[in-house]
Structures are given as structure tokens and as C-alpha cells.
Design a protein around this ligand. Sequence first.
Ligand code: GRF
Length: 232
Amino acid sequence: MTDTESPRLLVLLSGRGTNLIAIQDAIEAGRLRARIAGVISDRADATGLERAHERKLDTATIDRRRFVDREAFERSLEIAVDGFQPRCLVLAGFMRVLGDDFVNRHAGRLINIHPSLLPRHRGLHTHRRVLEAGETTHGASVHFVTPALDAGPVIARVEMDVRADDTADSLADRLLPLEHRLYPAALALLLRHRVELRNETIYLDDQPLGGPLLLDRDLDADGRLLDTGHGG
Ligand code: GRF
């Protein structure tokens, strides 16, 4: 069956692509009304590209190493993006910092998942940094991308406890399945136009969102709001 009506997603990745597959699984299970119009990788050897091919998704590689600078890379990226005509650009393990022009051009429809409870631990090595800081709670955040790295407003988060015997690897392993539930849920809200970015503020059903929604408290894995005063 070809689905030409559902909102078109474009997934950008550099690595494994397990979040890509989680989103595609949610679509195929009927939990997320969308279609993945394309997958773009900045690396030809990304495992995520193989996973995309296995799921018969269209892909493109814009290999960063073939361009002299970020501007040239992003010009090519922009042409590829346009070709897929996406409603929403979904960063899923895309390991490049995008320039202000690109980010501003796609403001409000460019989102990312980050493995920490933002604003804590922007950048890399989040699991290790949680342990070093002695924190007892960890999690992941889905946020709108704005020019400052990992600093855009957060739509939704998922939390988990840190255990006494956790390592950076065990935290990453335990967090990943939670990311896989969080990302489709946050996307569903966005695609249903319940969540919107206006002047770097998130609005939920036309009201400013006081703080990030929490998975399993404020919204379920299908992106349905639970009755906790954050909407319904
Ligand atoms: C995830 O941990 C995500 O939070 C971060 O990059 C990782 C991507 O994993 N931004 P995968 O490629 O989706 O498996």
C-alpha cells in the first residue's frame, strides 16, 4: 500500500539508526500517522543506512568528507532535503552541528533526541557525565533544534533511575529502549499540530508549555496526552 497522505518525515542520521527503526515500527504498527519519505546520512558507512534499506526506505548519503567546509556540505544537504519535501526533519543520532542558516530555515519542524535530561549534559558523553556528577536520575529529551547546541526547547522527556552498579554502557543500554518509546510519542504530538514552536517557546494546544512533558506521566507512547493538567 502506498501512503501519499501521511505527513512526510525525513530522518538524518550518522550511526546505528535504532531510533529510525523505532519510528518506522511505530508507523507500521499504526501508532504514528506519518511516513518516512527519506533517510539522509552524512556517512556512507552508517549502519542506519543498511537498516533503512532493509525496511525499503529511500536513502541519500551526503558525505561530509567530500566537502571543503560546512557551508558547502549544507548547501548539498539542503538540496537533498528539498527533494524529500519533508513536513518534519528528525535528527536521530546525526553527529553534525548544523549551521544557523539551516536551523533557522527549518525552525519549528527540526527536532532531535538527546540522551540526557536537558538542560543537563548538553553535548557528548552524557552517560559518563551523569555518573561523574553522582546523579540518581537520567533520561532522554526530544527538543526543537535551535542554533545553540542541544539548547532548544524540550517537548518531552523520559526519566529513569540510575542504579548503584550502573556504568556508562549500562545506562546507554537501558536508556535506548526508552528513547524508542519517547521519540514516536513526541513526533505524534508535533504531527497532530498539538505542539508548536513560536519564538523559541513551545505551545501545547495554543498555551505556552510550562515545562517538558514526561513520558508515562503526561503522555503515553502513542503520543496521547494523559490527564495531568498539561492538556488532554
Ligand atoms: C541516541 O542515543 C540518541 O539519543 C543520540 O544518538 C543516539 C542515536 O542512536 N542523539 P541510534 O543511531 O538511533 O541507534
